[in-house]
Design a protein around this ligand. Structure first.
Ligand code: ADP
Ligand code: MG
Length: 246
């Protein structure tokens, strides 16, 4: 079986300033990978590089044994909630329908079949009762579930989620992690940027600790050791000392 992701010496910079460097990574299919690291560590940049939303300066990225271009439809992306304009006037069901577009073909409008499928995806995240609501009216957790439904509608093999648990309620978080584990059980690969170390052990099969470079990559027990975590959070700890907390 081909690997889900193979990155070799990947570098990305913004206006000449490096954001991520020397990223080497191999992720096999059927895993849930968590990416952790401090603010500004380049976590979102890494996902964007995988999606070709930012250009890489150097290195190579292989997705499902081939190029991103050939596999674009197989990747579902749930961006950070803060990157979405929540005033954008769109209904919940239409938001999910967008997920069916990659497989629909150019200029084809979604028909009953697609609408039924979008509705079924909403049911999976427990949001079918909200199908006719505006996305901006929903709570953070409900919005995140709708975005997951959109990703499900795409019928992807790879799922990328950027901080899906930020600012959401506990029951939405449980619904989402449960669904991600189901996707994994069906052989899908899930990559989740995560901010909270406490749950990382329960949620992920593998962890990537990032701070511009790969600090450590391995199973959670191996990565969640104080001496490893310290390597990535040195600056934050120095700050805590300065303000007299540490
Ligand atoms: P994280 O997701 O880990 O918080 P990001 O990938 O968002 O980190 O950012 C990594 C670094 O790149 C940060 O220093 C950030 O300020 C910078 N950066 C991110 N996006 C842009 C952008 N579009 N233009 C310029 N700099 C950016
Ligand atoms: Mg980010």
């Amino acid at each position: 079986m081909v690997s889900a992701l193979v990155l070799k010496n990947v570098h990305v910079s913004y206006h000449g300033k490096p954001a991520i460097q020397e990223i080497d990574l191999r992720v096999e299919q059927g895993n849930i990978l968590g990416i952790i690291g401090p603010n500004g560590a380049g976590k979102s940049t890494l996902l964007k590089a995988l999606l070709n939303l930012v250009p890489i300066d150097k290195g190579s990225i292989e997705i499902l044994g081939s190029t991103l271009k050939e596999n674009r439809k197989k990747i579902a992306y749930v961006p950070q909630r803060s990157e979405f304009d929540w005033d954008f006037p769109i209904h919940v069901l239409d938001t999910v329908l967008i997920g069916t577009y990659p497989n629909l073909g150019l200029f084809k409008r979604p028909k009953k079949k697609e609408k039924d499928w979008a509705y079924a995806c909403l049911e999976q995240v427990g949001m079918e009762k909200f199908a006719d609501r505006q996305i901006g009216e929903l709570s953070g957790g409900q919005q995140q579930r709708v975005f997951l439904a959109r990703a499900l509608a795409q019928n992807a093999d790879l799922f990328f989620l950027d901080e899906p648990f930020v600012g959401i309620d506990v029951s939405s978080e449980e619904t989402i992690i449960h669904l991600l584990k189901e996707l994994k059980d069906h052989g899908k690969t899930v990559v989740v940027i995560h901010h909270d170390l406490s749950k990382a052990n329960d949620y992920f099969d593998q962890l990537l600790l990032l701070n511009k470079q790969v600090i450590h990559f391995g199973n959670p027990q191996e990565v969640l050791r104080p001496e490893i975590i310290l390597k990535a959070y040195e600056r934050e700890l120095a700050f805590l000392h300065e303000v007299g907390v540490g």
